[in-house]
Structures are given as C-alpha cells and as structure tokens.
Design a protein around this ligand. Structure first.
Ligand code: SF4
Ligand code: SF4
Length: 134
C-alpha cells in the first residue's frame, strides 16, 4: 500500500542523517516528495510502499531517532466543475503540485501535495479542498 509520511526535524536533529539511517535499517525504497530543511530544522515528505505492520516499524524507527513523524492520509481535491484555470493557486504552492498544462488547464499532482492548505484560501471559487482518504 502506498504511504505518505511527514517528518519534522528540530534544530537539534536537522544535521543528523536520520532519513538515511531509517532507509538503511528498514531497506525502504523511498521517494522524496518535498524537502525544506536547514540547520534550524525543517520538514521532509516521503512516500513508499508498506504494509500496516511495516508502517508501525518505520514510524518507530523515526521516533527512536528523535524526530516528529506521522502518516498523512489527507489529500487535496480539485473540483473541475468550479475551477476556471485562473492559475492563482500555482505560485503559492511550495511543492509545485499545481501547474498549468499546455492547454492552460490546471493540473494537480496529488503525489507532490503536502496538504499545507495554502492554495485552498487562494482560490476565489473554492475549487480546492482538503479531504481524508479514510
Ligand atoms: S495543499 Fe495546495 S499549496 Fe499545499 S502542497 Fe497541496 S497543492 Fe500545494
Ligand atoms: S485558484 Fe481556483 S479557479 Fe484558479 S486555477 Fe486554482 S483551483 Fe482553479
């Protein structure tokens, strides 16, 4: 099952190779969707395939290394009926999950979305909303 996991680093943990250690210990094949980390801390969003039991083990590995970590099951939804492709939501998206296609229609890449909700308030017609997959 495809999982999306958010990892938040404090300034004390920012320079430790925590993600690399978990990958090595777990044998995970990880896709990094978003990373914004400096010496002051930051965040990384990753995706990977894992069963429920594997997921528990991976979250425990991260927590043992002192970072905040959680699985995100929220997702962004685009209402195609409402969207008129104005592009106002694109520039505020920190992960470039939103872009205009060659035909100038809005494209949403759910894989890249970290559900920060910034785009939701930018949309004049409320065509974007956060929902849970569960
Ligand atoms: S919620 Fe919107 S702004 Fe935030 S990452 Fe997802 S698409 Fe981009
Ligand atoms: S701001 Fe709203 S209407 Fe404009 S492109 Fe984005 S989703 Fe569509």
């Amino acid at each position: 099952m495809k999982r999306k996991v958010f990892i938040r680093y404090s300034s004390q943990k920012a320079e430790e190779p925590i993600l690399a250690s978990v990958i090595k210990e777990s044998g995970l094949l990880v896709n990094i969707l978003y990373a914004n980390i400096t010496g002051k801390g930051g965040e990384i969003l990753i995706s990977f395939d894992a069963s429920e039991a594997e997921m528990d083990r991976i979250l425990t590995l991260f927590r043992e290394k002192g970072v905040e970590v959680w699985e995100t099951e929220r997702t962004i939804e685009l209402d195609r009926e409402l969207c008129f492709d104005c592009g106002a939501c694109i520039s505020v998206c920190p992960t470039k999950a939103l872009r205009l296609n060659q035909d100038f229609s809005l494209e949403l890449n759910e894989e890249k979305c970290i559900c920060c909700e910034v785009c939701v308030s930018m949309c004049p017609v409320r065509a974007l909303r956060i929902s849970s997959k569960l």
